[in-house]
Design a protein around this ligand. Sequence first.
Ligand SMILES: Nc1ncnc2c1ncn2[C@@H]1O[C@H](COP(=O)(O)OP(=O)(O)OP(=O)(O)O)[C@@H](O)[C@H]1O
Length: 285
Amino acid sequence: MTEVGAMSSQPHVTIHQPEVPRNLAALDPVFTVQGLDVFYGDYKAVRDVDLTIGRKEITAMIGPSGCGKSTVLRCFNRMNDLIPGARIDGKILYHDEDLYGDHVDPIEVRRRIGMVFQKPNPFPKSIYDNIAYGPRVNGHKRGDLDSVVERALTQAALWDEVKDKLKASALSLSGGQQQRLCIARAIAVQPEVILMDEPCSALDPIATTKIEDLMQELAKDYTIVIVTHNMQQAARVSDRTAFFTAEVDEAGVRHGRLVEFDETNRIFTNPADKRTEDYITGRFG
Ligand SMILES: Nc1ncnc2c1ncn2[C@@H]1O[C@H](COP(=O)(O)OP(=O)(O)OP(=O)(O)O)[C@@H](O)[C@H]1O
């Protein structure tokens, strides 16, 4: 862990370097966002975003409330399709494929690109069935389901805590355990990407630390994009950070904009844009 003073002024942000620092020089794009606008009906909530999400990296999206972080996150697995009136302009390439192309099946998109939400949302079923649900839907047979469940729970650092009570209701778990269960449920269908929308905001500091440690572990195998209000968390866990803000245009309408995207270390120690500096030093937002 290294202590890095954020610019010249308060607050200091502590950056935990991963045990084995990943090589950030080679950004291997999973998503390439080009000129993305996102609309809810006539309202352009997010304007003109260009961004690249690197494979097996953790990318954090930070910024003040209402700047469009969750909106952009939901574009990566087409969750916005489920909101009436939501649509995009511009392009999101998933590897080299247009994620919004006519031939692309949004259900398959959501299998490959899983999501974990702010509030843990296990199904009102047993722990086992929560994890087995996705693989069953995808046609897994009973025989190998047990090992799929064990593997997902192990990867989510929950196996030891639940292995003797797999038939118990998932709702009997603590909030932090429920969130790790939701991560295990996302992993069980073998996605490539895990999107996390404020995954720790409903958790206490100990449960938060467990999820952050887990994210570092998961980033060895998965690409992770996390929206967080917690700048310390972005600094601790992510490789790259995208800072968004909301700006009022000529017509007086507020739009979310991407201000700066860079290696996390740089965003928190030497950002290029004054708006980023003001935000991370607590002068704004
Ligand atoms: N379902 C929706 N219908 C209409 N407008 C929406 C919808 N979801 C978000 N918005 C609007 O889009 C803008 C961006 O919202 P979004 O939730 O993406 O921001 P955010 O940065 O994630 O905010 P927060 O940090 O508060 O969660 C806001 O003006 C919001 O009111």
